[in-house]
Design a protein around this ligand. Structure first.
Ligand SMILES: *[C@@H]1O[C@H](CO)[C@@H](O)[C@H](O)[C@H]1NC(C)=O
Ligand SMILES: *[C@@H]1O[C@H](CO)[C@@H](O)[C@H](O)[C@H]1NC(C)=O
Ligand SMILES: *[C@@H]1O[C@H](CO)[C@@H](O)[C@H](O)[C@H]1NC(C)=O
Ligand SMILES: *[C@@H]1O[C@H](CO)[C@@H](O)[C@H](O)[C@H]1NC(C)=O
Ligand SMILES: *[C@@H]1O[C@H](CO)[C@@H](O)[C@H](O)[C@H]1NC(C)=O
Ligand SMILES: *[C@@H]1O[C@H](CO)[C@@H](O)[C@H](O)[C@H]1NC(C)=O
Ligand SMILES: *[C@@H]1O[C@H](CO)[C@@H](O)[C@H](O)[C@H]1NC(C)=O
Ligand SMILES: *[C@@H]1O[C@H](CO)[C@@H](O)[C@H](O)[C@H]1NC(C)=O
Ligand SMILES: *[C@@H]1O[C@H](CO)[C@@H](O)[C@H](O)[C@H]1NC(C)=O
Ligand SMILES: *[C@@H]1O[C@H](CO)[C@@H](O)[C@H](O)[C@H]1NC(C)=O
Ligand SMILES: *[C@@H]1O[C@H](CO)[C@@H](O)[C@H](O)[C@H]1NC(C)=O
Ligand SMILES: *[C@@H]1O[C@H](CO)[C@@H](O)[C@H](O)[C@H]1NC(C)=O
Length: 714
């Protein structure tokens, strides 16, 4: 008995000893494997400095062991490591989690990955890995290779990884079709293949993946129709097929996806009507079908989408009225119907949507008056964009004390009367564009205290009166685009406003810019004349600054103070009655890219200081009473006759009339085109509509996001 027990004891000790031995041996192996991994990477921040034999392996940075001192987790997230991934880490026998995301690793993903029988989580996203997608190990549950430089096709062998729950291969250079074998992974919940170069159809087999919750396959070149069968994905929460080549109709079966919360089909070639079945999507929060060829009516049935917060149907061919049903959606925040052919009036029921933040009905065929109740949208409404419609009547006194508007755009309607004083309640207003209407009355001084106003466009109305010096100490503190063109303003140059435009003096990058609001929800648009071109700026960059007073009845001298606006890009004072000399201080406007002083009564010589405007690409001094020699050299060698015609007595290049005793006459126009630079200085989206004049160079013309349809009527 005792003997037996002793025997058992010694056997146990023996076993323990062997266990210890094997354990310590294997830890030496693991140490070797990890050091081999370390040897193929660079670690400039020294995070791996304690990966050495004098530190116990389980205490190494980024390493976690299991209860038996075996490496279980390797986590080196955002550690700035570069180099290649050695296959050795996939030979660690108990490793379950490897996360090397957000580093600068390059080279191929080792094929030995397949041999790991313990690995559950592999995250190599946000690196510079190249080569093909490796075959995956059978134990893998999460594979994230997002945002690398991986090439080739998606290997059909991925279908053997039956335990995968998340597969993220987006943001690579993958080509070919989505293999249908992928549908063998029946427990997959998240599939991300977005932003690759995949082609072919969406495989019907996807519908076999009953556990799928999120599908992201946008930003590829998939074609064909959306398969009806997708309806079988009863757990689907998010479907994102955006910016592909999909055509055909939206399958009516889509309404059976009763768990769907996010449906993004924008940027395809989908056509037909909005299926009535869509009312089945009771949990839908965001619906974005914009930039397709959908037509017909926006059905009242959308009233059943009771969870809806965001509704984007812009850039389609919908022709209906604005559905009353919008009013019954209690959580609606964003309505964007921009660029359709909607008709009729704005239903006043719309005012009962108290949660609304963005209402964009621009570029439609809407008419009627602007319902006064829009003011009752109160503090949540930040964007009200009705531009390019046929609204008439006056702008109601509708802006309450809690007005939260940031952008008000009524450009190109048929609005009359004067601007409502209650606009001064909108303390957050950043941009106001009411150009192209029939508004009368005087300049809206009451806006000058608005602390955030950056863009004020009043062009092409019938506003009149003198712009006197204001009483406010710093009127319009953030203004950087002021467009008063084509009105009946009179009196002297509006010095009081201009000399306080701090945003146009010594520009600094910190200034607020009117950027995209919340991703792609809304674009700030403004229509202006730039370098003689009528353009539509989308997403106005901060550095863009301009003043346009053209086509009014301003008279008197251009004040010296203009020279303070040294961040100004464009100045148009043409078609007024300005007299006197061109101020020498204008040479201080060294960022100016276009200058139009034409059709005034300016006299005297063109100051030589204007040569300091090295970015000047367009100059128009025609139809004045200027005399004397034209400055020579620099930018002035690029302008042609048209810039100067119709003056009293100008001489020198490019005119044929030479100046007597002019030493500058000989300077040849050989100076290289310095201002090519101007193209890169403001190369944001704009679109040309109308031909300009007086420009010495080709302009940086980049087609913007928004297609502009109508030209300026002048
Ligand atoms: C090993 O790591 C320790 C930190 O744990 C460090 O102090 C020591 O300098 C390292 N030894 C070598 C040889 O790098
Ligand atoms: C590891 O040890 C902890 C306590 O130290 C215990 O709760 C856990 O169950 C152990 N895990 C395994 C896999 O043995
Ligand atoms: C990352 O490494 C690069 C050089 O490889 C270095 O220039 C950079 O400053 C590092 N960044 C951080 C955050 O350590
Ligand atoms: C992978 O890592 C990235 C960056 O650290 C992280 O954003 C992402 O959520 C991770 N992927 C998974 C599936 O956990
Ligand atoms: C993946 O596995 C298949 C067959 O199982 C093989 O033909 C292919 O070469 C493997 N791919 C890689 C990258 O190892
Ligand atoms: C997928 O499953 C089908 C049968 O369900 C099988 O024939 C096929 O070989 C599997 N494909 C892969 C890549 O495992
Ligand atoms: C997308 O695929 C279509 C054919 O389906 C082809 O004509 C087109 O060139 C492809 N576009 C890109 C960007 O690859
Ligand atoms: C969709 O649901 C309706 C009613 O709930 C049902 O009659 C129809 O068969 C379903 N369609 C599909 C394709 O499952
Ligand atoms: C706009 O509506 C008017 C009638 O209200 C119609 O004559 C015109 O063709 C419509 N324009 C467009 C572009 O649909
Ligand atoms: C705005 O709402 C108030 C009640 O909240 C109502 O009395 C008023 O008439 C409304 N104004 C307009 C213009 O609809
Ligand atoms: C402004 O226009 C309205 C409507 O067209 C007109 O009734 C009013 O008299 C005009 N006011 C001025 C000052 O011209
Ligand atoms: C123009 O610049 C010069 C020198 O930089 C300066 O002395 C002058 O005051 C400036 N003029 C104006 C109006 O700002």
């Amino acid at each position: 008995m005792l003997n037996k027990r002793a025997k058992a004891h010694s056997l146990l000790s023996m076993f323990m000893f062997l266990l210890l031995l094997s354990f310590s041996l294997s830890q030496v192996d693991e140490l070797k494997l990890l050091l081999s991994f370390k040897s193929s990477i660079n670690d400039p921040s020294g995070f791996l400095s304690n990966w050495n034999s004098s530190t116990p392996l389980c205490m190494w940075h980024g390493i976690t062991c299991n209860n038996f001192s075996k490496v279980k987790v390797i986590k080196l997230i955002e550690k700035n490591i570069s180099g290649t991934i050695s296959s050795s880490i996939f030979h660690l026998s108990k490793v379950e989690i490897i996360d090397l995301s957000t580093n600068q690793l390059s080279g191929k993903i080792p094929y030995d990955l397949v041999s790991s029988l313990s690995l559950r989580y592999l995250n190599l996203s946000n690196n510079y890995l190249t080569g093909a997608i490796p075959n995956c190990s059978i134990s893998l549950e999460i594979l994230d290779l997002h945002d690398n430089l991986l090439l080739g096709k998606i290997p059909p062998q991925l279908g053997v990884c039956l335990n995968l729950k998340e597969l993220k291969l987006g943001g690579n250079n993958l080509v070919g079709r989505i293999p249908s074998s992928i549908s063998n992974i029946s427990c997959l919940q998240i599939l991300t293949l977005a932003d690759n170069k995949l082609t072919g159809r969406i495989p019907h087999a996807l519908s076999k993946m009953k556990s799928l919750e999120w599908i992201y396959i946008g930003y590829n070149n998939l074609s064909g129709e959306i398969p009806q069968e997708l309806v079988d994905l009863g757990s689907l929460n998010l479907l994102d097929l955006v910016y592909n080549n999909l055509n055909g109709q939206i399958p009516s079966s889509i309404g059976n996806l009763s768990n769907l919360q996010y449906l993004y089909l924008f940027g395809n070639k989908l056509t037909g009507l909005l299926p009535r079945s869509i009312s089945g999507l009771k949990k839908l929060i965001e619906l974005d079908l914009s930039e397709n060829h959908l037509f017909g009516e926006i059905p009242e049935l959308i009233s059943e989408l009771q969870s809806l917060e965001v509704l984007h149907l812009f850039s389609n061919d919908f022709t209906s009225k604005i559905p009353n049903a919008l009013a019954s959606l209690p959580h609606l925040q964003v309505v964007n119907f921009f660029s359709n052919s909607l008709t009729g009036e704005i239903p006043s029921s719309i005012c009962t949507i108290s949660s609304i933040e963005v209402l964009d009905l621009s570029h439609n065929n809407l008419s009627g008056i602007i319902p006064p109740c829009l003011g009752n949208f109160s503090k949540y409404l930040t964007i009200l964009d009705l531009h390019m419609n046929s609204f008439h009547g006056t702008i109601p006194e509708m802006f309450g004390e809690d007005c939260g508007l940031k952008n008000l755009n009524f450009h190109y309607n048929k609005l009359q009367g004067s601007l409502p004083r209650s606009l001064a309640n909108c303390r957050n207003l950043e941009m106001m564009d009411i150009g192209g209407n029939k508004l009368n009355g005087t300049f809206p001084y009451w806006l000058e205290t608005l602390p955030e106003l950056q863009v004020l466009v009043l062009r092409s109305n019938s506003l009149c009166g003198v712009l006197q010096s204001s009483k406010t100490i710093h009127p319009f503190p953030k203004l950087r685009i002021l467009d008063l063109a084509n009105n009946d303003f009179s009196g002297p140059f509006p010095k009081g406003i201009i000399k306080n435009m701090k945003a146009v003096m010594n520009f600094s990058e910190e200034q607020n810019s009117l950027q995209y609001m919340r991703g792609r929800l809304y674009f700030y648009d403004v229509s202006l004349i730039v370098k003689g071109f009528f353009i539509k700026l989308s997403n106005i960059p901060t550095i863009f600054t301009s003043i346009d007073l053209s086509n009014n009845n301003f008279h008197g001298e251009i004040p010296n103070v203009i020279g303070k606006l040294n961040s100004l890009k464009g100045l148009n004072l043409s078609h007024n009655s300005f007299s006197g000399h061109i101020p020498i201080s204008m040479g201080n406007l060294t960022n100016l890219e276009w200058l139009d002083l034409s059709s005034n009564k300016l006299t005297g010589q063109i100051p030589d200081q204007l040569k300091d405007m090295t970015f000047l690409a367009c100059l128009n001094l025609s139809h004045n009473q200027l005399t004397g020699p034209i400055p020579q050299g620099k930018q002035f060698s690029t302008f042609e006759n048209g810039s100067y015609e119709g003056n009293l007595a100008l001489c020198g290049f490019p005119l044929s009339k030479s100046c007597n005793n002019d030493r500058r006459k000989q300077s040849s126009p050989s100076f290289l085109k310095v201002a090519d630079d101007s193209e890169t200085k403001i190369n944001f989206g704009w679109k040309v509509v109308l031909m300009g004049y007086g420009c010495g160079l080709i302009f940086g013309v980049i087609i913007g996001y928004v297609t502009f349809r109508n030209g300026e009527p002048k």
